[in-house]
Design a protein. Structure first.
Length: 248
């Protein structure tokens, strides 16, 4: 997970950065709201923003409004931190969609708990796995138009790395790929993350049937070429609906 810290207090930000990196997070620091917006506009991947209320140039509240008013950014979790327990500021922040609020000085356990709480309430991403960039881009574009958060991988091995680092709600994977095939990926997902639904897709419908996909553990199957409406319909059937574990 990539966290953007926005605070003019460089010393405090660096301490927080070290702490978060020890927890496995990737951290970027901005010393002003304007610099934060610059990072965002330059395409840095941001999964969570932690901003002080009072920062130079563009205030924390203005940064929050900027993010919530952008269709591509509006779902990014936003945590405010401040030295003052200002009820009016808290109410305004809540009205603009703040995720959490922390009073300084920042306590390590408190920060970790707040971040974990945000992660737990975040909608998971859809992971699209295919070695063909054109198809990855087409599926990604179709899903993002429906306001889904989408991550991509070129093969099964890369997909497993993504699953380790990010919260994934659904996997859409091609069957035939280099390095690690979709079938190998499917087996490993069902061993390690059985509650994550997997939709398999392939152009080799004669070589690999729907029945084979389902018997291998896939939750569903789609044959290339497919229309956007077909993949969206299948995604809606499984997104956010993790399978319940049944004890034997």
């Amino acid at each position: 997970m990539n966290i953007l810290i926005v605070d003019e207090d460089v010393v405090s930000s660096k301490k927080l950065k070290v702490m978060l990196e020890k927890k496995g997070y990737a951290v970027l620091i901005a010393t002003s709201g304007r610099e934060a917006i610059k990072f965002i506009n330059e395409g840095f991947k941001i999964d969570l923003v932690m901003s002080d209320v009072k920062v130079p140039d563009v205030s924390g509240m203005s940064l929050l409004r900027f993010i919530r008013n952008d269709n591509k950014l509006k779902n990014i979790p936003f945590i405010f931190s401040t030295m003052i327990n200002d009820e009016e500021t808290v109410v305004e922040a809540m009205n603009h969609g703040i995720s959490e609020y922390i009073i300084k000085p920042l306590d390590e356990d408190k920060i970790e708990a707040k971040i974990q709480n945000v992660i737990d309430t975040m909608p998971g991403a859809i992971l699209v796995v295919d070695d063909e960039k054109i198809l990855r881009d087409l599926v990604t574009t179709a899903l993002m138009r429906e306001d889904y958060n989408v991550l991509t991988a070129e093969n099964g091995k890369e997909a497993l790395d993504v699953i380790k680092k990010d919260k994934i709600a659904l996997v859409i994977s091609d069957v035939k790929m280099p390095v690690m095939s979709g079938l190998e990926l499917l087996v490993l997902i069902k061993e390690r993350h059985r509650d994550i639904p997997v939709i398999m897709m392939t152009g080799f419908s004669l070589d690999f049937t729907k029945e084979q996909a389902l018997s291998s553990g896939a939750d569903d199957y789609i044959t290339k070429p497919f229309k956007n409406v077909e993949i969206i319909t299948k995604v809606r059937s499984y997104y956010g609906k993790k399978k319940k574990m049944v004890s034997s």
